[in-house]
Design a binder for this molecule. Structure first.
Ligand SMILES: NC(=O)c1ccc[n+]([C@@H]2O[C@H](COP(=O)([O-])OP(=O)(O)OC[C@H]3O[C@@H](n4cnc5c(N)ncnc54)[C@H](O)[C@@H]3O)[C@@H](O)[C@H]2O)c1
Length: 334
């Protein structure tokens, strides 16, 4: 099968490329490298079935050619990370709306099956802590709070995908990722697990944004990419929305303590008000746990990697990176 991944040099995209290459597919990974990295796909560069295209998913001529060539499309390209969303609101809306609109139009033109990556952020800020179901309401703050633009844009992407399916019979699958983590994710744009692990390994303060009582549930990237390929192979998943997550919950303060203990770090854990990081008009959600019954029913999905193992993998990843960097520095200095 020929597969197009937009955002293919990103965190989830590069793991998806690994899985597809391993099962024998031909992969076209398009990425503008805005948050993705060539390092994420360096190990695939000599693989004849892997093709990297350094381009924007907004380039219609390039996308037209790639969509025509591919059998399956995974649309992962997006502006992501709370920090980037808050700092670049125009780009967030432009990329997250226009790229999805374009890929759906082209998928329809060439009658190709497409997966649209959405997010648990579309649920907004529910006040009661219970697992969120795909049919639950969306509860957002006002449009003056820039953070919600990401959720708003992704929700429009979902509307667009479902509209193409209902009105024009396009085979679409929508997946809402819940805090997906693992090796290759960068902490640069506010993602909490890599940020905590890097601070702990460097002996720098581990900054807990907010008061730390907010809880999240973390999904291993390997579980997430297996889930989305299974969904693309499942005929009854067409026209449906799925949570992709892991029900295991942890507060952010508890996460910081676990990372500190697991890295044997001397870092101080410091509480840092949201206002000091993201400015005055910022809102967060207290809870975010997925109900994964639906995806379980459709493809038998069950998370296989728990938080402890995820943290071990991420810690090992950053230790390896640090070791490779100091080795390189030694060689340069010799
Ligand atoms: N990681 C998570 O926890 C999570 C949670 C919810 C949703 N998602 C969604 O999953 C998808 C992948 O996210 P990720 O975590 O791998 O982040 P990521 O930043 O690593 O991946 C996004 C990729 O898209 C690329 N990109 C951005 N704009 C582009 C453009 N205009 N043209 C081409 N490429 C572009 C980036 O360079 C990056 O490689 C995104 O759609 C994101 O919204 C991720």
């Amino acid at each position: 099968m020929k597969v197009l991944i937009t955002g293919g040099a990103g965190f989830i995209g590069s793991h998806l490329a690994d899985l597809l290459i391993a099962r024998g597919d031909e992969v076209y990974a398009l990425d503008d490298l805005s948050t993705g990295s060539l390092n994420n796909i360096a190990h695939l560069k000599d693989q004849p079935r892997f093709h990297f295209i350094c381009e924007s998913a907004q380039n219609e001529a390039v996308m037209n050619e790639l969509v025509q060539k591919a059998d399956h499309l995974y649309h992962l390209a997006a502006v992501v990370g709370v920090q980037r969303v808050v700092e670049s609101p125009v780009r967030t809306l432009e990329v997250n709306l226009h790229t999805s609109e374009l890929i759906l139009k082209l998928a329809h033109r060439f009658d190709k099956k497409v997966l649209i990556a959405s997010t648990s952020e579309v649920y907004g800020r529910h006040k009661v802590n219970r697992p969120l179901k795909e049919t639950d309401e969306r509860i957002y703050g006002p449009t003056t709070v820039g953070r919600w633009s990401y959720a708003g844009a992704k929700a429009i992407d979902e509307f667009f995908a479902l509209a193409y399916h209902r009105e024009r019979d396009l085979p679409v699958v929508v997946t809402r990722f819940f805090n997906t983590v693992g090796p290759r994710q960068t902490g640069q744009y506010g993602m909490v697990v890599p940020r905590f692990v890097q601070s702990a390994l460097r002996g720098e303060p581990i900054l807990v944004y907010g008061d730390g009582s907010q809880s999240r549930s973390f999904t291993y990237v390997g579980d997430a990419v297996k889930a989305i390929t299974d969904l693309m192979g499942c005929p009854s998943a067409v026209g449906e929305i799925f949570n992709v997550g892991n029900g295991e919950e942890v507060t952010i303060l508890e996460l910081a303590k676990r990372v500190k203990a697991m890295t044997d770090s001397s870092s101080e854990i410091r509480i840092f008000p949201f206002e000091d990081v993201y400015g005055k008009d910022f809102e967060d959600m207290e809870f975010r746990t997925p109900d994964i019954e639906k995806i379980g029913q459709f493809i038998g999905y069950k998370p296989t990697v728990d938080l402890q193992e995820i943290l071990l993998k991420v810690i090992e990843h950053f230790r390896d990176l640090d070791a490779a960097t100091s080795q390189h520095t030694m060689e340069v200095n010799q």
